[in-house]
Ligand binder design. Structure first.
Ligand code: ATP
Length: 357
């Protein structure tokens, strides 16, 4: 991602209190033109409040919002040039699909044909041609949300705001709509900010993810960066699954766990007390020779997941610490067969380890 590209949406130093409660404490976020950014975080972390402030539905105590070079910090919602999609479909039940989509378009005389053409174009965009004269009550949840998306996009806004747009849908529809929505967003190249608490949804859809915690952005990066280089234990646990091993730091690239010394590629800060490793980075290695960064482990348990096994391991000399490993099916079969020794040697590759306080 080019570093110096100018942001299309620039949110700077936003602070928001509800009474004595600080919902947002100095939040800044730059979104590039055409980018899809997800605000991800646990319930109550402030993501909806931030989205509502950008939409002008809530007023910040401090801070500025610039959209396409225009300062909209104090502009009313209708003067901000965005389309918005909420969790609930929010369609007018007494209007047809076509009337719902046309709702935000100006109805002046002489523009009627243009509006009708735009509605048709929008319905085709969301694959809902043929539903124009139906009422929302006659549509499934996924179909209603596609109509709501068409309505949000009809006035050609320069920014699309999505507030948990798929969380009311069942899992299969959600997965399908997620792919469609991302494809459409890329095709239109519309700058998009989406709130979600579903980390898989964020990983699949976003160019970049801003992970929020307690009213601040704890890390802003690509899904790959968040997953591989989490900035804090909170990010490591929230984005994917983490194993934690208590350790003692020896120097910048070495740590001791139990009686073992491990090399760690990324620098270990003073005060490092635990090592992080993703389950799929744990490797079961053949043989019993003590190669570098390998340890003996006892196989406690295993679950077959189809393309892999999740195996629970206890590391020798480290009572009370279990480690989850995701291993290939052949390895899982061998480890868990009734004839298996129930012990194995595992490697914790130095590139996959990171230290945290
Ligand atoms: P969720 O995923 O549950 O919607 P969220 O991350 O979107 O959570 P927000 O809705 O932004 O969180 O809320 C942030 C904090 O501000 C919460 O503690 C919430 O209770 C509080 N809050 C939000 N809106 C109001 C309000 N209108 N009045 C008082 N407190 C509010």
């Amino acid at each position: 991602m080019p570093q110096r590209e100018t942001a299309f949406l620039s949110v700077s130093h936003i602070v928001k209190h509800f009474g004595a409660h600080a919902a947002l404490g100095d939040v800044s976020l730059d979104i590039l033109p055409g980018e899809l950014v997800c605000l991800l975080g646990p319930s109550g972390c402030g993501k909806t409040t931030l989205l509502r402030i950008i939409a002008g539905l809530e007023r910040q105590d401090r801070g500025t919002i610039v959209l396409g070079g225009r300062d909209i910090s104090l502009a009313p919602p209708q003067a901000r040039d965005y389309g918005i999609l909420f969790q609930s479909y929010a369609l007018f039940p007494n209007l047809t699909v076509a009337q719902n989509v046309a709702y935000g378009l100006s109805g002046k005389r002489g523009l009627r044909d243009r509006i009708a053409r735009r509605v048709e174009e929008m319905l085709s965009l969301v694959d809902m041609v043929g539903f124009a004269s139906k009422y929302p009550g006659q549509l499934s949840g996924g179909q209603q949300q596609r109509v709501a998306l068409a309505r949000a996009l009809a006035p050609s806004p320069s920014l699309l705001l999505l507030d948990e747009p798929m969380s009311a849908l069942d899992a299969r529809v959600r997965e399908h709509l997620r792919t469609e929505l991302r494809a459409l967003q890329k095709r239109l190249s519309i700058t998009t900010l989406m709130v979600t608490h579903d980390q898989e949804e964020a990983m699949v859809m976003a160019d970049r993810i801003a992970v929020m915690n307690g009213g601040v952005i704890e890390q802003f990066g690509t899904p790959n960066e968040l997953y591989r280089q989490p900035a804090s234990p909170f990010i490591a646990d929230f984005v994917g699954e983490a194993n934690w091993l208590p350790c003692e730091r020896i120097d910048e690239h070495r740590a001791r766990i139990g009686a073992h010394e491990l090399r760690v590629h990324s620098p270990l800060m003073n005060g490092t007390r635990r090592l992080f490793v993703r389950p799929e980075a744990v490797r079961v290695v053949p043989g019993r020779d003590a190669m570098s960064n390998t340890l003996l482990a006892e196989v406690l348990d295993g679950v077959f997941l189809g393309r892999s096994y999740r195996v629970a391991l206890r590391m020798e000399g480290l009572s009370g610490v279990t480690l989850n490993a995701i291993v290939p099916p052949e390895t899982g079969d061998a480890l868990l067969s009734p004839q298996a020794a129930r012990h194995c040697r595992i490697e914790l590759p130095s590139e996959a380890l990171r230290g945290y306080a």
